[in-house]
Design a protein around this ligand. Sequence first.
Ligand SMILES: Cc1cc2nc3c(=O)[nH]c(=O)nc-3n(C[C@H](O)[C@H](O)[C@H](O)COP(=O)(O)OP(=O)(O)OC[C@H]3O[C@@H](n4cnc5c(N)ncnc54)[C@H](O)[C@@H]3O)c2cc1C
Length: 234
Amino acid sequence: MTKDLMVRVKEVIPRTYNVKSIRFDLGVEFDFKAGQFLSLTLQNNPALKRYLSISSSPTEKCYLEVTKKITGSDFSKTLGQLKTGDTVTIQYPFGKFILEEQEKRIAFLSGGIGITPIRSIAKYAVDKNLGVDMALIYANRSLKDIVFKEDFDAMQKIYPKLKVSHVLCEADPGFKCIPGLINAQVIKNEVSDYARRKFYLCGPPAMVEAMGKILTEELGLDKKNIITENFQGY
Ligand SMILES: Cc1cc2nc3c(=O)[nH]c(=O)nc-3n(C[C@H](O)[C@H](O)[C@H](O)COP(=O)(O)OP(=O)(O)OC[C@H]3O[C@@H](n4cnc5c(N)ncnc54)[C@H](O)[C@@H]3O)c2cc1C
């Protein structure tokens, strides 16, 4: 069942030059599954309502976090000005982009801000030491666009079954990455046992559609092994 809640801003964390995380104090037990999303309304104004994935994990019990790419919209501008102590209204939880705990081998394909629910799932699996083998292929324009880079670096250090491959349109000298875009060959190279994995795809709808086609038409995966989340609005 979904719930409506007024929550207070605990902290605002800049992630990149155009991405911010907002953490909220809960005050109540916040029941959700890693990978789910909520709706967030600013100033009780229905025009200032957007769906946002929860970027924190249920294991991070002191706060709930969402992470937004700041665009030129009124919603983005208002969200970008939030400060500690401000209140917003959320409705939660929604979505089926979640980890089935019996899964032993999964892969994530993501681009840009589409990383938010994946960060939640990965953090949950690492904190719970679930033992699930996770391969992430994360595409961005350039190094400065990578969201949660330090987080994933830290998770890889303590959880050897997490492998992160960065794909950058503009490769950076000194940073280990695959230049270009995610394609069938990149998936084959980085996730050699791809045929045995469940794939989680998240990002702008055009990207999710293109990735789905690569998996089904070029790599022969069954649709039932692909779970998607479309960030409508990009
Ligand atoms: C399930 C889900 C999870 C999401 N999670 C995140 C997240 O974690 N972080 C994040 O930054 N964004 C997320 N988004 C996208 C977010 O909800 C906004 O749509 C996006 O941020 C654009 O909003 P804006 O205010 O920046 O720009 P806007 O100016 O509102 O949007 C740009 C254009 O997209 C259109 N648009 C906006 N929202 C929608 C919509 N829902 N459906 C169709 N068209 C739309 C607008 O009409 C406009 O033309 C998510 C979306 C969905 C559906």
